[in-house]
Design a protein around this ligand. Structure first.
Ligand SMILES: [Zn+2]
Length: 362
C-alpha cells in the first residue's frame, strides 16, 4: 500500500484468485469490515455507488472495490455502439475512456467496461465489444461480456471461446436471464460454462451464484457472486427479473451444507416447523438456527461470512485440487439433502445446477 496525496492507494495487479461479493452500494459499509483482504473484494451496484466508493477510498481499503456500470443490466449492445457512447442527449461525445476514467475518479480499484447485453448469436456485436475494449491499453480494465446462456450451448461454444480468447483484458462473463438460474436454462449450459473457464484464460464468473466457485474450480481466475437472487444473474434488459414469490419478503439465506440459498419462510414453514433447524457455526451466528433471519441486513452478513468461508477453503488449495474440492462439496450437499429429507419426512429436491455439475463429474 502506498500514500498518494494523502489517499491510501491499493496496489493490486488484478482479481486473480478472489471471490468478490456483489452488493448494493447502500449495504457495502456493513460488509466492508468483513471482507477477506487476501481472497475477497466488493463490487458495488445500484444507487449511491459514487458516494460508497469514495467512502472506501477515503478510509483506505486493502481489497479491491469495483463499481458496476448500469448498462450490464439495463441496455442492449450494438455492433456500432457496444458501450453506449452515442446518446442523443449528450452535449459532448462520450468515449469508453471517459466512462472508465469516471470509475477511476471515484476510487474503483479496477474498471469495468459499460458493455450492454449481447444478443443470442450476435457475433458481430460480441467481436466489437472485445475489439473496442482492446483499444484501451490500461492494465486496470476488465471487459464485461453480458450474454444469454445460449452462447454456452454446444453449437455456439467453440466460436464464443475463440472470440473471448482474443481479449487483451480479463473478461467478466455475466449470464443474462430473466426466468431463474441461467445455468439451468439448457441441459448443456453447465458443461459449456465449465469448459469455457477451463480453456479460456483470465475469465471471471460475474453476477454468479455458488457456481462461481465451480467456475474457479474449472480454471476461472475469479468470481463475483451475488447474495440476493437478482444479483446472481442479469435480467434481460427491459424485462423485470423473475421472483418465485414477489409478496414474500423474507431473506434468502445461504445454507453452506446444502450449497444453496433458501428463503427463511420456506425453512420455517416447510422444513423446520416441527423439527430442530440446521444451525450456523460460523462467527456470524455462533451456533444459532439458520432459519431465524427476519432482518435482510443480518441475513446479508451471514451470507457474506458463509461465502467467504467457502472461498477461503477453495482458494487456499492449489489449482489441481480445486475441482475435487468443488465436486466433494456438491456430493456432500447431495447427501445432506437426503439426510434432511429423511429427518423431516419430505423429499427435498436437489437444485438442477448441482445435479448438472455432479453429472459433469461423472
Ligand atoms: Zn451465520
Amino acid at each position: 500500500m502506498s500514500e498518494l496525496l494523502g489517499v491510501r492507494v491499493v496496489e493490486t495487479t488484478g482479481l486473480d484468485d478472489r471471490v468478490l461479493t456483489l452488493t448494493q452500494a447502500a449495504s457495502a459499509p456493513s460488509l466492508g469490515r468483513l471482507v477477506d483482504r487476501q481472497f475477497g473484494g466488493l463490487v458495488l451496484t445500484g444507487q449511491g455507488i459514487a458516494a460508497s466508493a469514495r467512502g472506501f477510498r477515503q478510509t483506505g481499503v486493502s481489497f479491491p472495490v469495483l463499481t458496476e456500470p448500469g448498462r450490464v443490466r439495463e441496455e442492449v449492445a450494438t455492433e456500432s455502439d457496444p458501450f453506449g457512447c452515442s446518446t442523443a442527449d449528450s452535449l459532448f461525445p462520450r468515449t469508453l475512456d471517459n466512462f472508465l476514467e469516471g470509475q477511476r475518479s471515484i476510487g474503483a480499484t479496477l474498471v469495468l467496461t459499460p458493455t450492454g447485453q449481447v444478443g443470442s448469436q450476435d457475433s458481430a456485436t460480441l467481436k466489437a465489444v472485445i475489439r473496442e475494449a482492446n483499444r484501451i491499453a490500461d492494465d486496470d480494465v476488465v471487459t464485461m461480456v453480458p450474454v444469454r446462456p445460449s452462447w454456452l450451448s454446444s453449437s455456439h461454444l467453440k466460436h464464443f471461446k475463440a472470440v473471448l480468447a482474443t481479449s487483451q483484458h480479463p473478461v467478466a462473463l455475466c449470464l443474462v436471464e430473466s426466468n431463474g438460474n441461467p445455468l439451468v436454462a439448457r441441459k448443456d449450459t453447465v458443461a459449456g460454462y465449465s469448459s469455457l473457464f477451463a480453456e479460456v484464460p483470465n475469465v471471471i464468473a460475474y453476477r454468479s451464484d455458488l457456481s462461481g466457485l465451480g467456475a474457479i474450480a474449472s480454471g476461472g481466475s475469479a468470481a463475483v457472486i451475488g447474495l440476493l437472487p437478482s444479483h446472481r444473474r442479469a435480467a434481460i434488459a427491459g424485462k423485470k427479473g423473475y421472483s418465485s414469490n414477489p409478496t414474500d419478503r423474507s431473506p434468502h439465506v445461504l445454507v453452506p451444507e446444502l450449497m444453496r440459498f433458501v428463503r427463511t419462510s420456506r425453512m420455517q414453514r416447510e422444513w423446520f416447523a416441527s423439527t430442530q433447524p440446521l444451525t450456523c457455526g460460523l462467527p456470524c451466528c455462533s451456533g444459532q438456527a439458520i432459519d431465524r433471519f427476519q432482518n435482510p441486513n443480518e441475513a446479508l452478513v451471514h451470507n457474506h461470512v458463509a461465502l467467504t468461508s467457502m472461498a477461503q477453503d477453495l482458494l487456499t488449495l492449489p489449482n489441481d485440487q480445486r475441482w475435487a474440492w468443488w465436486i466433494g462439496r456438491l456430493r456432500a450437499a447431495e447427501l445432506a439433502h437426503l439426510e434432511l429429507g429423511q429427518r423431516i419426512k419430505q423429499d427435498i429436491a436437489l437444485p438442477d445446477d448441482i445435479t448438472a455439475w455432479l453429472k459433469l463429474a461423472g
